[in-house]
Design a protein around this ligand. Structure first.
Ligand SMILES: CC(C)(COP(=O)(O)OP(=O)(O)OC[C@H]1O[C@@H](n2cnc3c(N)ncnc32)[C@H](O)[C@@H]1OP(=O)(O)O)[C@@H](O)C(=O)NCCC(=O)NCCS
Length: 261
């Protein structure tokens, strides 16, 4: 097994989180590709793990922390690490050392690029990208926001610990209409999928629904709200990790539409 840099041959696979077999991921639109086109010249790094047969089984993506939505400097931030764990498609590559190899390669790269440390986020519950996995790999927990833990591994004494940017405000309602507010950054296909589903669902109700898109790749938009990705129906947050089904989002909008006078 080895770790390689992303190349043009595997770009599409990376945009699909290695889930090229999944019909669902195709619903996520082209947001990831557009995000990548912008971020690749702003220090984004992507590495892939390749097995003995040349099959890609894992990925890690990280960027200068200044390019993400945290308070921090001179560090890298890991957006996500993912070793394909489904039976479908390329199959399960987990627990064969790919995760550790990817993380080690990212850390070495980050040091070589002169960063003072590397930060990551993980979920404090036993699912998805777990904070406990990073802890096991030597990361120290720093700052918790809901179920999300920010962790880091400083490389030098003078590294400054990063912090989450907290949510600043919540979108509201509009008189006479149902308001669907969707925040999208583009980096995460699961979030992009929720955005696309919400957009499609909102369109089904014509002018009874106001769909508001917030493009948080625009730093000013993020700074105003303190939200990177998120979905709100009449100001009430809909959880988007994992992405809700199209039917669920449509049903939630419908409940509000029925209450319109
Ligand atoms: C966390 C993850 C990256 C680990 O990769 P991996 O290739 O399976 O892990 P490795 O084989 O390198 O194992 C590294 C260590 O983690 C442990 N480990 C792996 N999977 C684990 C799990 N599900 N629970 C607890 N420990 C686990 C291994 O036992 C090993 O421990 P060791 O250091 O004592 O030997 C992988 O399981 C994964 O992708 N999980 C889902 C994360 C996710 O949802 N990412 C998308 C977020 S946007």
């Amino acid at each position: 097994m080895d770790v390689i840099d992303l190349n043009s041959e595997h770009e599409r696979l990376y945009f699909q989180c290695l889930e090229d077999w999944s019909e669902e991921i195709k619903e996520a639109g082209d947001h990831k590709g557009r995000w990548y086109a912008r971020m690749k010249d702003r220090g984004l790094r992507v590495k892939l793990a390749r097995d003995e047969n040349g099959e890609i089984g894992g990925m890690i993506q990280y960027l200068p922390i200044e390019e993400y939505y945290l308070q921090g400097k001179d560090l890298h931030f890991i957006l996500c690490i993912w070793v394909h764990g489904y039976k479908q498609g390329r199959g399960n590559f987990q627990k064969r050392g790919m995760g550790k190899a990817l993380l080690r390669a990212a850390e070495e790269d980050s040091r070589a690029l002169g960063r003072k440390g590397i930060a990551a986020w993980g979920v404090v519950l036993p699912f998805f990208m777990r904070a406990s996995w990073f802890k096991k790999q030597g990361y120290k927990p720093l700052d918790r926001d809901g179920i999300m833990m920010l962790l880091w591994k400083p490389f030098s004494q003078d590294a400054v610990a990063p912090k989450w940017v907290r949510r600043k405000k919540k979108p509201g309602k509009t008189a006479g209409k149902v308001t669907v507010s969707a925040f999208i950054n583009g980096w995460c296909p699961a979030q992009n999928l929720s955005f696309e589903r919400a957009h499609r669902a909102a369109e089904q109700f014509g002018d009874k629904v106001l769909f508001q898109k917030y493009d948080t790749l625009d730093r000013d938009v993020f700074e105003e709200w303190g939200i990177s990705d998120g979905l709100f129906i009449d100001g009430k947050e809909v959880r988007t990790g994992p992405p809700p089904s199209f039917e669920k989002i449509k049903g939630l909008i419908e409940q509000r539409v029925r209450k319109l006078k």
